[in-house]
Ligand binder design. Structure first.
Ligand SMILES: Cc1ncc(COP(=O)(O)O)c(C=O)c1O
Length: 409
C-alpha cells in the first residue's frame, strides 16, 4: 500500500546525529533558517504554535483581533485564543482554497493587529492582500505561516520578503522534521528581544526522557509509514479508532490546550538533525515539484480542473477537489494507494473558536471535498502515473465522483 506521506528522515539520520560530538547548534540552526529565508532574526521553539503564542504574548496584545484563514490547521486559531485574543476567520476563495484579497479586505480594519497569511500546500498567495491590509491597518503585523509551504515563492522571489515574521515547523509529518520544533523568523530587533526574553522565561531544556520519547516516536512514525507495519495499522485502525489515521484531524480540531511538552525546547541533537534537513531542502523541493508538476500537467491534459497558481508552488502536498471524496478514497484504497484528505475541517467547527458558524461557506466546501495525491520525497513517477491512471479509470466509470465540486457562494 502506498502511504499518503512519508518522513523525510531515515533511521540512519537519527543514528549519525546521535554520535556527532559538537556544542549546541541551536543558534546555528536559527541563523541558518534566518539567512535561508531572508530574515535577520530567528528563534527556535518547541512547536510552531508555541512560537506564535509567544509572539502574540510578547507583543502585549489582549482582546485584539487577529485574522487567520478558516481553512488552516486548528492549532493556529487555538494559539491565538489561548493568548487571550480574538480570532477572526477569513474564508477561502470560491474557486481556490486560499483566501484572495477580496476575502481579506472584508476583515481588515484599522484595529486589526495581525494577519496570518498561509500559503497552504506551497501555493503562492495573492500579495495584494498584504498591501491592502497595510493600507487599512498601518501597524498590522504580517506573519507568513510557512509550516505547509517552506520557501513559497513567486516571480519576484520569496513570498515572505515583505513580511514582519514567518513561522516554520520541524514537527512530525512536516516537510522538514527534527522530531519536534518550531521556528519564528523576525525582522524587528525590538520584537525579537521581547520574544526571546519570554522564551527564556517560559521554555525549558529537554531532558533525556523528553529526547528518548521523541526519538522513539520518530522511529515509530518511520516504521508506521512503511510495510508491513503500514498495512497492519490501516487494518487495525478499522477496529481501534486510536490507531486510525482518520482520527488525526478530529483530534486536532477538538484540542483546547497545548500538548504537555509545549514548552520543552528541542535538544542540541535535534538542532543538528534540523540543520541537516535544511541543507536538503532544495533537493526535497525539486523532487516534490517534479511529481506535482506531473500531476498538474496530466490532470489538465485530461480535462480535470486543478487549483490555479501564479508561480510554481513548493507543493508540500498535491491538492485536488472532488465531488464524492469518500468514493474516490475508497477506489484508491482498493488500488493500494492511500489518499490524504488534509485539511478535512474548517476552523469554524473548532469548539474553542465560538465564531458564528456559517460565515465561511467556501472553506466548508473545500473541507468536504479536498484530497491530496501522494507527493513525498522518494515517491517514484511510476507511482504518480498509477494515481493518474486510477483517477482516469474512476472517471470512466463514474464521471461525477471525481468531478470538481459545486461551490456554494
Ligand atoms: C498550516 C499550519 N500552521 C501551523 C501548524 C502548527 O505547527 P506545530 O505542530 O509545529 O505547532 C500546523 C500543523 O500542522 C499547520 O499545518
Amino acid at each position: 500500500m502506498l502511504p499518503q506521506i512519508r518522513l523525510p528522515l531515515a533511521p540512519t539520520d537519527l543514528w549519525l546525529d546521535a554520535w556527532s560530538d559538537c556544542p549546541d547548534q541551536s543558534e546555528i540552526l536559527e541563523q541558518s533558517f534566518a539567512a535561508h529565508f531572508g530574515f535577520p532574526y530567528a528563534l527556535l521553539f518547541p512547536y510552531a504554535r508555541t512560537a506564535l503564542h509567544a509572539l502574540i504574548t510578547a507583543s502585549g496584545w489582549r482582546q485584539r483581533t487577529i485574522l487567520c484563514p478558516a481553512y488552516t490547521c486548528a492549532v493556529v486559531p487555538l494559539a491565538i485564543t489561548l493568548s487571550g485574543n480574538a480570532v477572526e476567520l477569513v474564508d477561502c476563495g470560491p474557486d481556490h482554497f486560499l483566501p484572495g484579497s477580496a476575502e481579506w479586505a472584508k476583515h481588515v480594519t484599522s484595529d486589526t493587529k495581525m494577519m496570518i497569511v498561509t500559503p497552504l500546500y506551497g501555493y503562492p498567495v495573492d500579495k495584494n492582500s498584504e498591501v491592502l491590509a497595510r493600507t487599512a491597518a498601518r501597524d498590522i503585523f504580517v506573519l507568513y505561516d510557512e509550516v505547509q509551504s517552506l520557501g513559497v515563492s513567486d516571480n519576484n522571489g520569496l513570498q515572505a520578503r515583505d513580511a514582519d515574521g514567518a513561522l516554520f515547523s520541524l514537527g512530525h509529518g512536516k516537510m522538514l522534521t527534527a522530531l519536534s520544533g518550531g521556528l519564528l523568523l523576525l525582522r524587528n530587533e525590538g520584537i525579537y528581544r521581547e520574544v526571546r526574553a519570554l522564551r527564556t522565561n517560559q521554555c525549558t531544556k529537554s531532558t533525556l526522557r523528553d529526547l528518548t520519547r521523541r526519538v522513539v516516536r520518530g522511529f515509530a512514525a518511520w516504521a508506521a509509514l512503511r510495510e508491513p507495519v503500514f498495512s497492519s495499522l490501516l487494518c487495525a485502525g478499522r477496529f481501534i479508532s486510536a490507531l486510525s489515521f482518520d482520527q488525526i484531524s478530529a483530534r486536532e480540531l477538538r484540542e483546547t490546550k497545548f500538548p504537555s511538552d509545549a514548552l520543552v525546547l528541542p535538544s542540541s541533537y535535534q538542532a543538528r538533525i534540523g540543520l541537516r534537513q535544511l541543507e536538503r531542502l532544495s533537493r526535497l523541493t525539486t523532487a516534490r515539484r517534479r511529481v506535482a508538476e506531473y500531476y498538474d500537467r496530466r490532470l489538465r491534459e485530461e480535462g480535470f480542473q486543478t487549483f490555479a497558481h501564479s508561480a510554481t508552488p513548493t507543493w508540500t502536498r498535491y491538492p485536488l477537489a472532488v465531488s464524492d471524496r469518500k468514493k474516490v478514497i475508497s477506489v484508491f484504497a482498493k488500488g493500494k494507494i492511500q489518499l490524504g484528505w488534509f485539511i478535512r475541517y474548517t476552523c469554524e467547527d473548532a469548539p474553542l473558536i465560538k465564531s458564528s458558524a456559517g460565515l465561511c461557506q467556501n472553506a466548508r466546501v473545500w473541507a468536504r471535498t479536498m484530497i491530496n495525491l501522494p507527493n513525498w520525497y522518494g515517491i517514484s513517477l511510476a507511482d504518480a502515473e498509477r494515481c493518474v491512471a486510477l483517477l482516469l479509470r474512476l472517471r470512466d466509470q463514474d464521471r461525477e465522483a471525481s468531478a470538481w465540486p459545486a461551490v456554494i457562494s
